[in-house]
Design a binder for this molecule. Structure first.
Ligand code: C5P
Length: 299
């Protein structure tokens, strides 16, 4: 008996970052869009907790309790007073350390899968609370679609989306650590007054209308200068995608994956092809959003 959950990647169409808080986190206005790149997390009863992973980036995935999937199983088992005796297998398609919430996706996926496997009966509210304990982006991986995340990104308001947006993602040759990118943000903004992060009304309207040109004009990522400072080569990838006709080019979250918005699937395919031959990135994928959140697909 096993349970498999499919869980999407995300791109941040707006990431407004406030000043560092006393707890070290930053208040955000974080507009998440789930996109159709997925990990699949399968849980099977076992003698003890074990994590395995397959996929092109599998060698970079930690298989110990630092993996959010393992932490999710431990958190739910702890609440039910049972042992987290489960084998978690991750079929990984979301880039690792890429700014697309791949680790968060596995946390949300494992949580939903364990809840079904153990018939733990967690309510949506309890699942979301556990997700928020695991990490700032984990609640959104559970929910999917599009949402505005405030606080450290974990307090979600679902957003209306009036169409499908077509994206191209360029994966870089190495990862970037999210804490390192936030530290660089702090360093770059030293001595500068940082405004309260607020969601752009123009951007929310563009999402609601499903209008790619309006969305392209409104996307922003306050972490982009920090990601570029730590990974200057990303500027070349962004320029290559823009030259190929992307409506917008930006770093996804803390990076280093770069995201390109296209008007339609044909234009996305053209941007992808140009990026592939540009020599500025490791792999290129196309995906559209919004995509559904974590979903049980077998068991
Ligand atoms: O919440 P999560 O564990 O994903 O965050 C990883 C790291 O990213 C944090 O330790 C912190 O350094 C940084 N972070 C932040 N402000 C946020 C979210 C994350 O500074 N709102």
């Amino acid at each position: 008996m096993s349970v498999t959950v499919r869980v999407p990647a995300k791109v941040n169409v707006q990431l407004a970052v406030g000043a560092a808080r006393p707890d070290g986190f930053h208040d955000l206005a974080n507009v998440f869009l789930a996109v159709g790149l997925h990990d699949e997390v399968t849980v099977t009863p076992a003698d003890e907790l074990r994590v395995t992973c397959e996929g092109p980036d599998a060698d970079q995935v930690p298989l110990d309790v630092t993996n959010l999937a393992a932490r999710a199983a431990i958190a739910l088992a702890g609440r039910r007073g049972i042992e987290p005796a489960v084998h978690i297998h991750i079929a990984k398609d979301i880039p690792v350390a890429g700014g697309m919430a791949g680790g968060s996706a596995d946390g949300a996926g494992a949580l939903l899968a364990c809840d079904a496997l153990w018939q733990a009966g967690a309510s949506r509210a309890e699942l979301l609370a556990i997700c928020a304990e695991l990490g700032s982006d984990v609640p959104f991986s559970l929910v999917g679609g599009a949402a505005l995340g405030t606080g450290r990104g974990e307090q979600l308001r679902t957003l209306e989306v009036g169409g499908t947006f077509h994206w191209v993602f360029a994966m870089a040759g190495r990862g970037l650590s999210t804490p390192a990118v936030f530290r660089e943000f702090d360093r770059l903004s030293e001595g500068i007054g940082i405004p309260e992060p607020v969601a752009s009304e123009e951007l929310l309207r563009a999402l609601a209308k499903g209008d790619p040109d309006a969305l392209a004009a409104a996307v922003s990522n306050d972490l982009q200068p920090a990601a570029l400072s730590l990974f200057p080569e990303l500027a070349g990838t962004l320029a290559a995608g823009t030259a190929a006709g992307a409506l917008a080019a930006l770093v996804s979250g803390s990076g280093p994956t770069t995201a390109f918005l296209a008007r339609d699937p044909e234009s996305a395919a053209k941007v992808a092809e140009t990026l592939r031959s540009s020599g500025t990135c490791r792999t290129v994928r196309t995906a559209s959003g919004p995509a559904a959140g974590a979903t049980v697909i077998g068991g």
